[in-house]
Design a binder for this molecule. Structure first.
Ligand code: GAR
Length: 227
């Protein structure tokens, strides 16, 4: 069993993939600058030049790269260039934080245990898009977010950790999305922290915590720690 590659004796190197506003990226930036996450952000990569995440990266002095999918003949050609750029930054861990494009399976398969994604639902429920609307339509009383290892199966990789929020009667999509997002930031930070500490690894398609198979995802408690 092996954890993240160690590039040197120091901090783990993290690359972030993001398509949107970048609030999860900002949580990583803030935690690193506050000294509560021992890691280094080595690049932010996007399929949208106007993504807020890129502006946040630049403001923090992090390399920000945008590639236009329309400039490539195929999805595979786009992903080949994207991952060539990512590899050039030598990340130990790749975090998908609001990255909204499907990834080429070969690229994902080549990086087992080194890519994670944050998804706004309690997986395996509500894979894909419009998760908050679909949760409300389904009448669930509990919703939330998950962090999982990325595999070729969209939103289907082994789940590491989750944060739950209640769904009160009469809730609306905007309020629910905000309630989930507020928990996402702590969920992502805590998961990344345990990954860079080497406590969480992917081994033979299962999440392992401290050397043992994790039977159920870690749960973020009200004080933003794992139970
Ligand atoms: C987050 O809610 C994240 O869970 C979601 O996009 C949002 C990005 O917000 N990701 C997905 O839907 C991936 N399928 P942010 O840009 O403010 O971090």
């Amino acid at each position: 069993m092996s954890g993240l590659a160690v590039s040197d004796a120091g901090r783990r190197r993290i690359a972030v993939l993001a398509s949107g506003r970048g609030s999860n990226l900002q949580a990583l930036i803030d935690a690193i600058s506050a000294g509560t996450l021992e890691a280094e952000l080595v690049g932010v990569f996007s399929d949208r030049a106007e993504a807020g995440a890129l502006q946040r990266a630049r403001a923090a002095g992090i390399d920000a790269v945008a590639l236009d999918p329309k400039a490539f003949a195929s999805r595979n050609a786009f992903d080949a260039e994207l991952f060539a750029r990512i590899d050039a930054a030598h990340p130990d861990l790749i975090v998908c934080a609001g990255y909204m494009r499907l990834l080429d399976a070969a690229m994902v398969d080549a990086r087992p245990g080194r890519m994670i994604n944050i998804h706004p639902s309690l997986l395996p429920a509500f894979k894909g898009l419009h998760t908050h609307r679909r949760a409300l339509e389904a009448g669930v009383c509990e919703h939330g977010a998950s962090v999982h290892f990325v595999t070729a199966d969209l939103d289907g990789g082994p789940v590491i950790a989750q944060a739950c929020v209640p769904v009160p009667v009469g809730d609306d999509e905007t309020a629910l999305a905000a309630r989930v997002l507020a928990r996402e930031h702590s969920l992502l930070l805590e998961t990344v922290r345990w990954l860079v500490e080497g406590r969480i690894v992917l081994h033979e398609h299962h999440v392992h915590l401290d050397g043992r198979v994790l039977d159920t995802p870690l749960q973020l408690t009200a004080n933003n720690r794992f139970a």
